[in-house]
Design a protein around this ligand. Structure first.
Ligand SMILES: [Zn+2]
Length: 292
């Protein structure tokens, strides 16, 4: 018989407070909000070892991976085009099948990846070579200090058990004036959509939002990055890609769905402009930070 899942209590990753309010109850722990700093996080949750094991042994749908790669290509290419003056060593944490790094290598970067899923690790190594892709959590890879020109994390930060610790390690291994790029789910959008679709009003979106271990928005991510001593922050809306919940409105077809996403992104950019970047409502945000 399978043993029941054991959960552990955690404190707020930003301010270490244990004062929290429950926002919603889920199958695994609650979603809580820190009363001191406002960070949303899952508590209790799986132990660190169980979290790592979960990703290590997860099998990913290959066709879905290809759709993901295709949908992110536009973002990846435009970002790489703007990074020419940083060119050198690049590390992608949670590099999946290595698609972003393969695009970087084509442009002359020296690519390194971290990927803890055995399945994706194999894919990334086939693409980039085993010397460059590490199948362990970042701290265990033990990179030298001041080593990378650019470090990226695509839709990874909210999966991590200790985002602050990870960012501090990133700062250690970034070169001075090196750049960190993060794309992460915007909890402000997901809370709004969750409220709108809670009763499944239109019967088309069955799982409107996803919450991993943390919920970030443009305000709490700023506090987190500053705490990790990363500077020159730029935070904005990210273009929409494939993935939940949008993959569930398939009956509209790819063209219509992509059209709706582009319109929504344009709308979110307008709101950002009108609010002087204080209101970001795209499903994901993108953040640039430097080590100075
Ligand atoms: Zn807190």
């Amino acid at each position: 018989m399978k043993s029941p899942v054991s959960l552990v209590e955690v404190s707020c990753n930003i301010c270490n407070s244990t004062s929290e309010e429950i926002i919603s109850k889920t199958g695994i722990g609650n979603i809580v909000r820190c009363k001191k700093c406002g960070l949303l996080y899952r508590n209790p949750r799986l132990s660190d070892r169980d979290e790592i094991d979960k990703y290590k042994h997860q099998i990913y749908d290959e066709s879905y991976g290809l759709i993901e790669d295709k949908s992110k290509k536009e973002i990846f290419v435009s970002i790489l085009n703007n990074l020419e003056h940083y060119k050198g060593k690049i590390l992608d944490i949670g590099c999946a099948d290595g698609y972003f790094l393969a695009l970087a290598r084509e442009r002359g970067w020296e690519p390194y990846g971290i990927e803890i899923s055995d399945f994706l690790l194999r894919k990334a190594r086939e693409s980039l070579g085993s010397k460059y892709v590490f199948g362990v959590p970042l701290k265990m890879a033990d990179f030298p200090p001041n080593y990378f020109d650019v470090i990226s994390m695509w839709d990874v930060l909210d999966h991590l058990m200790d985002p602050l610790g990870e960012l501090m390690e990133i700062r250690r291994i970034l070169k001075k004036k090196g750049l960190l790029i993060i794309r992460v789910r915007n909890i402000a959008f997901h809370i709004l959509v969750n409220k709108l679709f809670k009763k499944n009003l239109f019967g088309i979106i069955k799982k409107p939002t996803i919450f991993h271990l943390y919920g970030f928005n443009n305000k709490n991510i700023k506090v987190l990055l500053e705490k990790a001593n990363l500077s020159k922050l730029k935070i904005g809306n990210s273009k929409l890609t494939s993935g939940d919940p949008y993959s569930q409105i398939e009956f509209l077809g790819d063209c219509s769905t992509n059209f709706i996403k582009r319109i929504y992104y344009a709308f979110s950019q307008l709101i950002s402009f009108l609010s002087s970047k204080s209101l970001l409502i795209s499903p994901s945000i993108i953040i640039y930070a430097e080590k100075i």
